[in-house]
Design a protein around this ligand. Structure first.
Ligand code: PA5
Length: 452
């Protein structure tokens, strides 16, 4: 399970900041936040237990893509970031360049649809063969401009090549509503359901993340099991503190004390995309104008995705000596799935001999620990979450850990953690500007704003 080391969040270590009694004072509010989470009917809490339910979808999709050598995920935000996080963490950065002899690697995977930048869209065409590619158009609403436009463009390319688009597009979308669902019914595209009670940024453990991940060799059963085991632990500790609650309680108190920034800095290179997934989860869930009683509150803690040691040499200076307005979270692994030893004898220069006999995993963990040390010396609160290694089981657990964490945090803030009116506003403006029916009002408002 994930181990949370929170000692560098306290006065004892920092010389300033929160003390244990501060957290004790919050105890009742924390219990309330946890009970609310446990009592609430939230679709994403069900997902860890749904492996059997989605297995038939996985089998079907494997058959449908049997003849293809590439899949492309067309998604954005919650329809995209989780799948990228899985791919990077489990399969690594150079996965597409590996030979197909590697038995995990039956298909290449690319991501598109997260931008309408024509350069990025055309680049994809340089590396795929359309006749051997399946595009997964992932959109819960089934209407979003980025996915719709990318789909329209690639669909047209198939038609121009006299290839049937239905053989190359699979939709992951709401079971009932949205244009993609209508199109699937009307024109015979294969479509798999995104559960209607699961919001985009909480959907990674649904078909949204699990279907593409399965096709690139990820053990999705283990991933769901990791999340389910954590969920069970949380349920079993009803009425008691748990690590997530303590972590959130401290972050909440620091936030209320003016630390408006939350940096996520894993020290496993493969978790960089995970940090970006976290960034969306934290930003969209907590950034809210009104609370549940309708008061204008403008809550939210700004998340930053970083990765160590890369950002140790770029952002850490600011974190150590700039404004003390941040809480950092490190993620470390006890071991790397592959390790490399440094030479035992000569390292190439006497001045490098301090490296003799070490291995790269050791270096990585020392770097994380020394960063935590430096921050602590400077009175900067930081937490370290440790997993045994980056694998499917623990990645599933990390996803779930932060989904629960953000729910607890949202309950403490008394906000709706699961909506995103600010995102909808810009989506609607875009529909209006492009002349979509029923969006005339927002179009007029936009034109007025432009003219002023
Ligand atoms: O988390 C969210 O709700 C958003 O980031 C959505 O996932 C994103 O806007 C894409 O929406 P959709 O999947 O409906 O196309």
């Amino acid at each position: 399970m994930i181990k949370a080391d929170l000692k560098n969040m306290f006065f004892d270590k920092l010389g300033i900041g929160l003390d244990k009694p501060d957290l004790n004072d919050l105890n009742d509010k924390l219990m309330e936040a946890k009970n609310k989470f446990l009592d609430e009917k939230l679709g994403f809490k069900r997902l860890p237990y749904e492996y059997e339910a989605i297995k038939k979808d996985l089998d079907k999709v494997r058959k449908l893509t049997e003849q293809m050598d590439t899949i492309v995920v067309i998604g954005i935000g919650g329809s995209d970031l989780g799948t990228r996080a899985i791919q990077r963490a489990i399969n690594g950065l150079y996965y597409n360049q590996k030979t197909t002899e590697d038995d995990r690697h039956s298909k290449n995977i690319y991501f598109s649809g997260d931008t309408t930048d024509p350069e990025a869209i055309s680049e994809l065409l340089d590396v795929i063969t359309l006749s051997k590619t399946t595009f997964f158009v992932v959109s819960k609403s089934g209407n979003t401009v980025e996915q719709a436009s990318t789909f329209a463009y690639f669909r047209d390319l198939y038609l121009k090549k006299n290839l049937k688009p239905q053989d190359h597009f699979i939709f992951l979308t709401d079971a009932v509503t949205g244009t993609l669902r209508e199109l699937a019914t009307k024109e015979g595209y294969e479509a798999f359901d995104v559960p209607s009670d699961v919001g985009g940024r909480f959907s990674v453990l649904s078909t949204v993340g699990m279907i593409p991940a399965y096709l690139v060799g990820v053990d999705v059963e283990q991933m769901l099991k990791g999340a389910a085991d954590l969920d069970t632990e949380i349920k079993n500790s009803k009425g008691k503190m748990d690590d997530i609650l303590t972590y959130v309680g401290l972050k909440y108190l620091y936030y209320k004390g003016g630390k408006n920034i939350s940096v996520m800095m894993p020290y496993q290179y493969g978790l960089y995309e995970f940090a970006k997934w976290y960034q969306q989860l934290w930003a969209e869930s907590l950034g809210k104008k009104v609370d549940l009683d309708g008061n204008e509150v403008h809550e939210g803690q700004t998340p930053i995705a970083a990765v160590g040691p890369v950002d140790q040499h770029s952002q850490l200076q600011l974190y150590n000596e700039g404004p003390n307005d941040k809480v950092l979270t490190f993620i470390a692994a006890e071991k790397s799935r592959k390790d490399i030893n440094l030479p035992d004898d000569y390292t190439g220069a006497e001045a490098f001999d301090f490296l003799k006999g070490h291995n790269f995993h050791e270096l990585l963990n020392f770097e994380q620990e020394t960063s935590a040390f430096a921050l602590t010396q400077n009175g900067r609160p930081n937490a370290t979450l440790t997993i045994p290694q980056v694998d499917e089981y623990h990645l599933g657990q990390l996803f779930y850990f932060f989904e629960v964490a953000v729910s607890y945090f949202g309950n403490l803030l008394n906000i709706n953690t699961y909506d995103q009116p600010g995102v909808e506003l810009s989506k609607n403006a875009m529909y209006g500007v492009l002349g979509k029916k029923d969006y005339e009002e927002v179009k007029d408002a936009f034109e007025k704003y432009k003219a002023e």
